[in-house]
Ligand binder design. Structure first.
Ligand SMILES: C[S@@+](CC[C@H](N)C(=O)[O-])C[C@H]1O[C@@H](n2cnc3c(N)ncnc32)[C@H](O)[C@@H]1O
Length: 186
């Protein structure tokens, strides 16, 4: 089934549409799990390039979630992606994004600059690998991070895209304590 087919099916049966975008291997129950080519085409994962137009009618989606994905999108593609999320969400409904926060990781390094060249994986994940991407883990240049955000810059981007309200919340799926979460409402 394609993303368009599953969405049409949910609409036909009046089911809530909750999109988990860039799910990777993390399948969430009660969500439509969506991925690019990397993990797509597996059973229960629907393939879609997140920076392209969504095959989803306007004002039909109840919730969007995206964890550790926004830093993989080149910044010039983000405004269109956000405008698509705004288009497909029902009025008043929200998108939550979680990501490794550039400002928190910079502060962590400034607090102790030796962390830049640490061999300790936990420290790397909270500093250089957290900022640039974990090439040791993913073995692919494609998986390096394309950009970085703080809570404030993320809020600003959502408001610029036309979302009516933003909230800084505690991450629900944190990989480290450097993560941030912003929820934006249509
Ligand atoms: C670091 S992984 C995070 C996976 C999962 N959300 C998690 O929390 O473990 C980033 C994911 O975003 C996906 N991704 C990045 N850019 C994408 C795009 N343009 N379209 C679809 N998926 C994309 C990648 O394929 C990858 O699975």
């Amino acid at each position: 089934m394609t993303l368009q087919e599953i969405v049409d099916d949910y609409l036909l049966h009046n089911k809530k549409i909750r999109l988990h975008l860039g799910c990777g291997p993390n399948i969430l129950l009660d969500w439509i799990n969506v991925e690019g080519e990397l993990y797509g085409n597996q059973e229960s994962i629907y393939t879609h390039n997140l920076i392209e137009e969504y095959p989803v009618p306007a004002n039909t989606v109840d919730e969007i979630l995206s964890v550790h994905v926004i830093e993989h999108i080149t910044p010039e593609k983000v405004p269109f992606m956000f405008s698509e999320w705004l288009r497909i969400l029902k009025p008043g409904k929200s998108v939550a994004v979680e990501w490794p926060d550039l400002l928190k990781m910079c502060r962590y390094i400034v607090d102790d600059p030796s962390r830049i060249y640490s061999d300790n994986r936990k420290i790397q994940k909270r500093s250089v690998a957290g900022i640039f991407g974990n090439i040791g883990k993913h073995k692919s240049i494609e998986m390096l991070h394309k950009w970085g955000y703080s809570e404030e810059s993320m809020c600003k981007l959502f408001l610029q895209a036309g979302f009516s309200k933003v909230e800084i919340q505690t991450p629900v799926f944190p990989k480290t304590e450097m993560d941030s979460r912003v929820v934006a409402y249509k």
